[in-house]
Write a protein that binds this ligand. Structure first.
Ligand SMILES: [Zn+2]
Length: 283
């Protein structure tokens, strides 16, 4: 059961406190509660009117109007939590994209060298689906966000002097790579190829790569803006990193009714693990 109204109040106001909500609840003795909230004394006005969600993410004092947020490590100071519960408000035009000139450098077709590289890397890859193109040295993975081309990443497969394996064009805000299956369940991975490998393994999920081990508020917002996800599964190269990421998503977001799961890692990256698994199923 959900108490309508409490959870969405005051989120845009500046009047808030970050505090360890679990401690606050455990210091209250006795502590009253209803189905969804613990009810304790407000540390600002001392009225017994502070309602704290039972997942300890947020609280709200009905007497003095103060909003409370759990104080685990917060990535940046800008006060805005990414709301995972309500309808998206921003439009595709607010998404940071590379300029059309920069996007023109994407090769127009997939060469046979590129195709060979991709199939060697992942025999299950649906080549046409991801619109990956190439020249003789690299494959280029285009990033589509809500159907719009916004970014790309190059993976060099031939030895080219002074080139790293990956090339990420400069952009003011790090985007996500999204594979859209219109699902309400989402798997988050580090790399683009991890997301692609997951998509040949798990049915009925959307997939997002965050291009690294940590997520930015802008990336969270991009994820949130796709649709309301009911389940978020985290699958990074390392289980402790997955846990860390889950904590930061919880702290940076106004999340309710979203369940989290972590796929334990064996310290190889997900692409490697999944492709091994697929091979063993065949034999
Ligand atoms: Zn109060």
């Amino acid at each position: 059961m959900r108490v309508q109204g409490i959870d969405k109040m005051n989120l845009n106001k500046k009047k808030f406190k970050k505090i360890n909500l679990k401690n606050l609840v455990s210091n209250e003795n006795p502590c009253s509660e209803n189905d969804t909230h613990f009810i304790v004394h407000c540390i600002e006005c001392n009225s017994p009117k502070l309602y704290i969600l039972k997942n300890y993410t947020t609280g709200y004092c009905f007497k003095c109007d103060l909003a409370y947020f759990n104080n685990l490590d917060i990535m940046d100071n800008e006060f805005s939590l990414v709301d995972f519960n309500s309808t998206p408000k921003k439009t595709i035009n607010e998404i940071v994209s590379l300029s059309s000139n920069e996007l023109k450098s994407i090769p127009s077709k997939l060469t046979s060298a590129g195709e060979r590289y991709l199939l060697k890397r992942n025999p299950n890859i649906e080549l046409s689906r991801f619109k990956i193109t190439s020249d003789n040295y690299k494959v280029t993975i285009p990033f589509f966000y809500l159907e719009k081309l916004i970014y790309y990443q190059n993976r060099y497969f031939a030895n080219v002097n002074n080139k790293h394996k990956y090339y990420n064009p400069r952009i003011t805000k790090k985007p996500i790579y999204h594979i859209n299956n219109q699902s309400k369940k989402l798997i988050i991975t580090e790399g683009v190829f991890d997301a692609i490998a997951c998509s040949s393994f798990y049915d009925d999920y959307d997939f997002v790569s965050i291009l690294g081990k940590s997520i930015t508020k802008y990336q969270l917002w991009m994820i949130r803006n796709i649709r309301v996800f009911e389940k978020i599964v985290i699958f990074l190269d390392d289980t402790s990193l997955s846990k860390k990421l889950m904590t930061s998503i919880r702290n940076e977001s106004f999340i309710q009714d979203v369940s989290f799961e972590i796929i334990e890692s064996t310290c190889a990256d997900p692409e490697e693990v999944l492709l091994k698994e697929i091979k063993s199923r065949r034999t």
